[in-house]
Design a protein around this ligand. Structure first.
Ligand code: FE2
Length: 473
């Protein structure tokens, strides 16, 4: 008896030792992968702002945009809050910086009002970059010290969240630099690919029960997946997956193009109240909307300004329309005798494979987005690509460009999924009122930041972000 017991004990001990060492290996691998990701994401932000002149960093051209200096400081401030919370003896860099670089977090104290971010010249750009370098130095040491800590998993998850936050700000930087400088910005443009096929018509999609959202549990939770595959991160607002019922529906295979939208405009779309929600008609009459943002009328002809210059709209007729609000997208859809899709319809069209009878991570399957599948930030176009440019990115129903190019408006209100649990206070949960869901990412979205269950959200009137749409019926 005694002998058997001690063998059991020995086996248990061996198993424990193996488990401890494999947990340690998983932990080290995750630390390494987060450290690498930290370095590459932080470097990318500085690459985006590199062509700016010093004067460009501090100007706020509208209440809704933020000066580039603010973005590079704010993303560092986010990591400073992690250091303050988890690193013993960490000394706050500067109370003034905490005040200027906090965005909206009540939990982190007083802050400058958003519309006033461009009203001060201090901290200077040089000081902000020094702050950024200081935080990077601190974070590098801190991440590498985590292997000894029991709360390493929790901290790494928050660092990962901070990096996804920074990727969101990289995209916002593109919007804000466009508003600030547009074609005066010396963007490292690569020419967009040509159209390889004609995309038209609507995909007919069968209704029934559909599982909306991400299955969850893998997101910012523990070290179950190491080294870190990109798809393991999901925001809390994408979870939990839950069943919704869909009626049969049809959805456009292509995004609404500049040519489609010009027809709406030429048919008096902006002059006829009957296509518009009340809030939209108010914009048309009071703010004198006549066209999407960045469209200009020159000698009676519509022109579109983008990072590449000023172009005749008719020369861009086969490109997706961009910089439209939810209000304009809805008016167009009504004029066209259609409607916008719900987010569940969009997600089914983007992810469901009837042949496999299950969802896929991306419209084309499980593979990461590459050059041929979608127009995302790494493609380097700084612009939408024409319809028909990415046949390899097709969904199983034949819908194109669902990932990349433009975020797509849906009719769905941005509200928590049933069973929602917040991963981070004041991040996603405090915005669950009054905004609409957009899906799919844009040409400014980093590749590793997007997936088909991603829920972006903006107010219905906003249009400085890269948003377009497709219709449903
Ligand atoms: Fe932020």
């Amino acid at each position: 008896m005694v002998k058997i017991e001690s063998v059991d004990l020995l086996v248990t001990k061996i198993i424990r030792t193996i488990m401890a060492s494999s947990i340690q290996t998983i932990k080290s691998a995750r630390i390494e992968s987060i450290a690498d990701l930290y370095q590459s994401v932080r470097a990318r932000t500085l690459e985006i702002v590199a062509p700016l002149e010093i004067e460009d960093y501090v100007i706020q051209t509208a209440e809704f945009m933020s000066p580039p200096r603010w973005h590079i400081g704010h993303t560092s401030w986010f990591f400073e809050t992690v250091l303050q919370k988890y690193k013993a003896g960490y000394q706050t860099y500067s109370d003034e910086f905490l005040f200027y670089f906090n965005s909206y977090y009540e939990g982190f104290g007083a802050r400058i009002e958003r519309p006033k971010r461009g009203t001060r010249s201090r901290p200077t750009v040089r000081e902000t970059k020094q702050y950024r370098a200081h935080i990077d130095e601190q974070m590098k040491g801190f991440i590498n010290s985590l292997s000894d800590r029991d709360d390493a998993a929790e901290i790494l998850s928050i660092v990962r969240l901070g990096l996804e936050h920074e990727m969101q700000h990289q995209e916002l930087l593109v919007y804000d630099i466009k508003h600030l400088l547009c074609d005066q910005f010396d963007a490292p443009l690569k020419p967009a690919p040509g159209s390889l096929e004609t995309v038209s018509g609507m995909a007919e999609i069968e209704g029934g029960l559909f599982e909306l959202g991400d299955e969850g549990g893998m997101g910012v939770s523990p070290m179950s997946h190491a080294p870190e595959p990109r798809a393991t991160f999901t925001w809390d607002n994408e979870r939990p997956a839950h069943k919704v019922f869909l009626e049969d529906f049809a959805i456009d295979r292509a995004l609404v193009s500049v040519s489609d939208y010009l027809q709406f405009m030429n048919d008096g779309g902006y002059r006829n109240f009957r296509w518009w929600h009340s809030a939209g008609w108010e914009k048309v009459t009071q703010d004198r909307w006549q066209a999407p943002l960045y469209w200009e009328l020159h000698d009676g002809a519509w022109m579109i300004r983008d990072f590449g210059g000023l172009h005749r709209a008719v020369d861009k007729s086969n490109e997706p329309v961009a910089h439209v609000s939810f209000l304009e997208a809805s008016a167009y859809a009504k004029w066209a005798g259609k409607r916008l899709p719900t987010e569940a319809e969009w997600e089914k069209a983007a992810t469901f494979s009837p042949a496999l009878d299950r969802k896929q991570t991306f419209p084309w399957g499980e593979a990461e987005p590459g050059e041929a599948q979608a127009n995302l930030f790494e493609n380097g176009h700084w612009s939408v690509a024409p319809l028909g440019a990415f046949p390899a990115g097709s969904s199983r129903y034949g819908c194109r460009q669902m990932i990349g190019d433009v975020w797509e408006w849906t009719t769905s209100d941005y509200v928590p999924y049933p069973g929602f649990k917040s991963d981070f206070d004041e991040y996603n949960d405090k915005w669950f009122v009054g905004q609409k869901v957009l899906r799919g990412g844009s040409f400014a979205t980093p590749r590793r930041h997007i997936r088909a269950t991603y829920r972006n959200f903006f107010y219905p009137h906003e249009r400085w972000m890269i948003a377009g749409f497709r219709c449903a019926r």
